[in-house]
Design a protein around this ligand. Structure first.
Ligand code: S3P
Length: 452
């Protein structure tokens, strides 16, 4: 069943402390990339810790449609027989990426410099999201795209027969766009260059280098400059996917606001392009301890202990930190609602084009829970009510967005009356075991019966 087909209401109630160890599943961003680069490598790539959420399973299916052999050996253990750079076959079916912006944008990039055509679609959320941000740079390589008005899915991409390398400055801070350009650059001769004003998550660069591509990264005046030498032979790898810091954010934030909690998260990823939330939480007075800092699978990690923090204060999040915590603003807003005073978030226009308009979705639900929110095109302010001050007692819309659903369930663990999300099914796109994990820590969270 995919998100959106059946509504699954879910309710969270305060009262119980969260105590124990949270074993967080694999990183979604890294999982997509492992499958795609595995499919473009020569030989057999072995992956452990792959996130088996709906988004990633769609990408696995897409790689099969382009000719790679993708096999599941056991929980999180996968093998991919790649076709080599330039070896993609033309799919004989429509590529349905479900809810996943990362999946569709990265796969479009990966096929855009091969002489094949593919048609992409997705769920009701994904068909509303902008694709021109990817197809514009792909056109510079020589690819063509025809979709619905406003550059929306469904969309057919015809790959370039004689691709040329590209030098591209990102108009928006987006790791998906950067990655689409780099993946397209793989099958173009010469050097493809992507320049970003702000560093976005760098998993594609790291993993390309790991598969044997020549990738240079330098900090220049114009920003971070990534240069990829095209047409490498990617060599199959053995990859251990790190745990997802964006998923870890939910039990961590829940522990900060639910009285009496203490949650340990082993092996949390601290890649600086992903770790902005933890810096912000610290500035708010969160009781967070990082233990045993080390490297795993080429990524910095630590064990994080999060404890109930009754004295949280609102803060102003520096806009320069936005890219390093872009997926964490919804759950930060839940924490901000339980802090004293306003939390100001600026330079976050990108939140309006995620799985939902995340500023609008959070503002609407927070107001229904008795929390004042101000918003503008690329900013919002959550006026915190202090510990124990959030009324709750509302049913909020998750808008086909996993992070909106999880953020309100976290808020419900600290609100005076229960918080229900109208549909928790989208959580399966990124964190299929969210409910058992949270309940295992002691959270009072349950699905609601839906009358047939
Ligand atoms: C992702 C990039 C980000 C992020 C998304 C995952 C990635 O999107 O929000 O959840 O894996 O590259 P944008 O590229 O739109 O910022």
């Amino acid at each position: 069943m995919s998100a959106g087909e059946t509504r699954q209401p879910m309710t969270a109630r305060a009262g119980a402390a969260l105590v124990g160890t949270a074993e967080i599943p694999g990183d979604k961003s890294v999982s997509h990339r492992a499958l795609i680069l595995g499919a473009l490598a020569v030989g057999e790539t072995r992956i452990t810790g792959l996130l088996e959420g709906e988004d990633v399973l769609r990408t696995a299916e897409a790689m099969r449609a382009f000719g790679a052999e993708v096999m599941r050996d056991g929980p999180g253990r996968w093998r991919v027989h790649g076709v080599g750079v330039g070896g993609f076959a033309e799919p004989d079916r429509v590529i349905d990426c479900g809810n996943s912006g990362t999946g569709v944008r990265l796969v479009m990039g990966a096929m855009a410099t091969s002489p094949i055509a593919a048609t992409f679609t997705g769920d009701a959320s994904l068909v509303g999201r902008p694709m021109a941000r990817v197809t514009d740079p792909l056109a510079l390589f020589g690819a063509q795209a025809v979709g619905r008005a406003g550059g929306r899915l469904p969309m057919t991409v015809v790959g370039a027969r004689d691709p040329v390398p590209v030098r591209y400055t990102l108009p928006v801070p987006s790791a998906q766009v950067k990655s689409a350009v780099l993946l397209a650059g793989l099958n173009a001769p010469g050097r493809t260059v992507v320049i970003e004003a702000e560093a976005t998550r760098d998993h594609t660069e790291r993993m390309l280098a790991g598969f044997g591509a020549e990738v240079a990264v330098e900090d220049a005046e114009e920003g971070r400059v990534v240069t990829l030498t095209g047409q490498p032979e990617l060599v199959a790898q053995t990859l251990a996917v790190p745990r997802d810091p964006s998923s870890a954010a939910f039990p961590v934030c829940a522990a900060l606001i639910a009285e009496g909690s203490e949650v340990r998260v082993p092996g949390i990823g601290l890649n600086p392009t992903r770790a902005g939330l933890y810096e912000t939480l610290r500035e708010m007075g969160a009781d967070l301890a990082f233990e045993d800092r080390r490297e795993e699978g080429g990524e910095p990690v630590a064990d994080l202990v999060a404890r109930f923090s009754p004295g949280l204060r609102g803060t102003e999040v520096p806009p320069a930190r936005a890219a390093a915590m872009i997926d964490e603003y919804p759950v930060l807003a839940a924490v901000a609602a339980c802090a004293e005073g306003p939390t100001v978030m600026r330079g976050v226009g990108e939140l309006r084009v995620k799985e939902s308009d995340r500023i609008a979705a959070m503002a609407e639900g927070l107001r229904a829970c008795g929390v004042a929110v101000e918003e503008g095109e690329d900013w919002w302010i959550v006026h915190g009510r202090g510990a124990g001050g959030v009324a709750g007692g509302a049913t909020v819309a998750s808008r086909l967005d996993h992070r909106i659903a999880m953020s309100f369930l976290v808020l419900g663990l600290a609100a005076r009356a229960p918080v229900t999300v109208d549909d928790a099914a989208p959580i399966a796109t990124s964190f299929p075991d969210f409910l058992p994990l949270m309940r295992g820590l002691g959270a009072d969270m349950a699905t609601e019966h839906v009358a047939a």
